[in-house]
Design a protein around this ligand. Structure first.
Ligand code: TA6
Length: 320
């Protein structure tokens, strides 16, 4: 099995099986590990098999839209900070963040971001080239692995970047999921950006309340755009509409539209917490913001046996 996994992650083998000339190419990354590069006249995206993580997206003629830690490595088994980590099958701490009564065991934000995914399919559509990666229960599933289940991530790049995360319940019991496409965006200066689209929504303030382990009744209400002058860690509820990061310093507006999600998370750790995290780089918190399409304890997803549920996000980048 190890041999097979090694082979499957070998760029040459993957190119023979799944490469598409000028569109989909597997390669060894300078950060370690194997990546798949999707190329289109309007944009380019790099997806790591480790974590099933998009680590770069560059619309044609523009700088990278996603932020990636200067110390990111794809071959150390540690969660990679930056790009679009996939938090699955739970968002936040294990167990209660899925609405369960008991705290669970397992890693923060689930297993997916530290697992090596398998490339299963590629193609080239009118929207652009795409790759589908899959993750199934490992032979020695860690504690908290949610039984017989498969998750697939499809990444498409063209005019936009699109991520579709589809969970299929292969077991006999219903599966309860929380999850997130935990996107890190590159910004000119965190103190100069605004996040629009959240006005009027109530939010769970995790800085004051801690991570959302249960539904809280102590919610705040957003007035106007979100601005940053300290740590922000919030789950906006009943939020289905588009959200935009308006960045006048970089002269661009990044817009996320989503499906299958009523929670939008906005996060910046600010200086002190960033120092403790240790992988943001000197003053790195100033250049990033997370805006996440999520299902949290407030809108946990129930997947009946035999069924699938999708969480999807489309990102576009235009002038501010
Ligand atoms: O999405 C926001 C959040 O859940 C924060 O609470 C935060 O600490 C973070 O994600 C990053 O988590 P990580 O485990 O990647 O350090």
């Amino acid at each position: 099995m190890t041999m097979l996994t090694d082979l499957e992650a070998d760029p040459e083998t993957l190119n023979t099986r799944l490469g598409i000339a000028g569109r989909v190419r597997f390669e060894a990354s300078a950060l370690g590990g194997t990546v798949v590069v999707l190329e289109h006249p309007r944009g380019r995206a790099t997806v790591a098999l480790f974590g099933g993580q998009v680590i770069d997206w560059q619309p044609a003629g523009q700088a990278s839209v996603l932020w990636l830690s200067p110390v990111a490595r794809l071959d150390e088994g540690k969660a990679v900070r930056g790009g679009v980590p996939v938090c699955w099958p739970w968002f936040g701490p294990p167990g209660r963040s899925r609405g369960e009564r008991q705290a669970g065991t397992g890693p923060q934000h689930g297993f997916a971001r530290t697992a090596t995914w398998q490339a299963v399919e590629t193609g080239d559509s009118t929207s652009g080239p795409w790759v589908t990666l899959a993750l199934t229960a490992p032979s020695k599933a860690g504690k908290g692995w949610p039984g017989k289940v498969e998750v697939r991530l499809t990444v498409v790049v063209g005019e936009t970047l699109e991520l579709r995360l589809v969970t299929r319940n292969l077991g006999a019991a219903p599966l309860v999921l929380t999850q997130a496409l935990h996107a890190y965006f590159q910004v000119g200066d965190i103190e100069e950006i605004q996040v629009e689209g959240l006005d009027g929504h109530v939010f769970h303030n995790a800085v004051a309340l801690g991570p959302a382990m249960a539904i809280s009744t102590s919610l705040n209400s957003q007035i106007g755009a979100v601005t940053f002058a300290g740590e922000v860690d919030r789950i906006y509820l009943e939020q289905r509409g588009p959200v935009s990061i308006v960045d006048r310093r970089l002269g661009r507006r990044i817009t996320m539209t989503k499906r299958g999600s009523k929670s939008t998370v906005v996060w910046n750790p600010w200086r002190d917490k960033a120092g403790n995290l240790g992988d943001l780089g000197e003053e790195g918190y100033r250049q990033m913001v997370c805006v996440e399409a999520a299902n949290t304890v407030y809108d946990a997803v129930k997947v009946p046996p035999g069924e699938t549920r999708e969480l999807a996000a489309v990102y576009e980048c235009g002038p501010a």
